[in-house]
Design a protein around this ligand. Sequence first.
Ligand code: PLP
Length: 371
Amino acid sequence: MSVPQKVPFLDLKAINLQQEAALQQAFARVLNSGWYILGSEVAQFEAAFAAYCGSSNAIGVANGLDAIFLLLKAYGIGPGDEVIVPSNTYIATWLAVSHCGATPVPVEPVESTYNLDPALIEAAITPRTRAIIAVHLYGQPADMAGINAVAQRHGLKVIEDAAQAHGARANGVRTGHLGDGAAFSFYPGKNLGALGDGGAITTDDADTAHALRVLRNYGSQQKYRNERQGYNSRLDELQAALLSVKLTTLDQFNQQRGAIAAIYQKELADVPGLVLPQVPDWADPVWHVYAVRHPQRDRLAEQLAERGIGTIVHYPVAPHLQPAYAELGLKEGRFPISEAIHREVLSLPMGPTMTADDAAQVVEAVHAILR
Ligand SMILES: *Cc1c(COP(=O)(O)O)cnc(C)c1O
């Protein structure tokens, strides 16, 4: 389609150019250091990110999927174990469990928040259950008070998949400090994004942090002495240096996302058939995406595209209906809340460089289509 884009879904280049000079400087610093893997840049970023999250430790790894996977490994989760996952999430949450040899056990979300429903977890727990992974989907924190209470009753670990929620808060506490351990992704499009792949784990537990430092680096802390059969999953010096720059503007960028979300919440409130995000009073979301629901989602997306408005579906197919998970035998109709969300959800343009005028153009287009 050759319609000129008026408001792109996300303008990554514009976001990164906001800090062009500082990013160039960070690049030059790493280039000239002559040290490119596990050095002072990673150590500095880890310290800064741990402090930002209010956690005692941050461990940089290669990506968000590895962050979840390595945390599960550090907890000793493997074949024969079950891990509760949201039925409604990006498939990476499930893959991390499968890669350990454990089985993902899906639980439905609260329909109004899209996040794991604590009231439904207990029915999915078996003697094999070891952990719950809560995803803060779309940048809105999951109901961690409810989830932690269930986990405590059953002696389960609680893992946050915080890949979409850097800086979000629940009851004033930042993601990364709401469970036993948290996994973050620094994929370029995330709220805190590198210029390539990256990830991190935060945890207050010193033994878990030690295990993760060993696991990410061939099972070794001291060169050529291998304590465990580890992996190669390291955040590199260059991405760490770039992330240190970007961390300084994370709060400001999140606020700018919040301002765009506020315009949408106000101006789209009365559009017939359109369901807007609902934010519990204890939650402070960071609007990784602004997802609306509409029964004619595909038609809405097409007509927005015709008017130059970029949208994305997060996500079109639920993990249990992906060919990759045919082995679990979870047929269509098994997770109706999640399936309905996947059919109807649509993410509107959102980002820290969007202007009020951009948001007004989106609002105007939605009104024109759904009037
Ligand atoms: C992006 C994402 C991941 C995976 O992160 P990568 O860095 O791409 O591996 C995991 N979970 C969720 C919810 C995500 O959005």
